[in-house]
Design a protein. Structure first.
Length: 151
């Protein structure tokens, strides 16, 4: 069973590399099956109080890193999978600059992948599926493809 100092050292080493959510850090530190859950929770509380661990900071950093590649739905889903609460996710998404609209980002992602408009229904469906897999809403996708049709 790893002692608390070993766990703290491992946690600090992980947190100096990048931000982690509380759930991610708990999973990484509890890999040895005999880790005491109560000790681990106390350590995580201590790290939060000291400012080393913050789900709010993690959510903001995650969104900043992936905002140009993914839509809002995918970002929300991936943050939920990492144990971030809906309130924290909503507040982090509000921080997105206004010029970084969902439509603008979807159009940029579309242009990187597809340089030409869909020639037939199969190609159109392929482009829609791609943008949906990136987490963009169907309304946004429809607008991206209709804007492209207008140009």
């Amino acid at each position: 069973m790893p002692n608390i100092d070993t766990l703290r050292d491992k946690a600090l080493a992980l947190l100096t590399r990048r931000e982690h959510s509380r759930q991610e850090l708990r999973q990484k530190l509890s890999r040895p099956a005999d880790t005491d859950v109560a000790e681990l929770d106390n350590l995580l509380d201590e790290l939060e109080e000291a400012g080393w661990l913050s789900d709010v900071r993690f959510a903001s950093a995650y969104i900043a890193a992936y905002i140009n590649r993914f839509g809002q739905y995918r970002l929300e889903n991936e943050l939920r999978e990492r144990g971030i609460s809906d309130d924290v996710i909503r507040s982090a998404l509000v921080e997105i600059p206004a010029e970084e609209s969902e439509l603008t980002r979807a159009k940029t992602v579309w242009q990187k992948k597809f340089q030409t408009l869909p020639h037939n229904a199969n190609e159109h469906a392929r482009q829609v599926r791609f943008l949906q897999s990136r987490g963009f809403s169907y309304d946004t996708i429809r607008r991206v493809l209709s804007v492209q049709d207008d140009e």
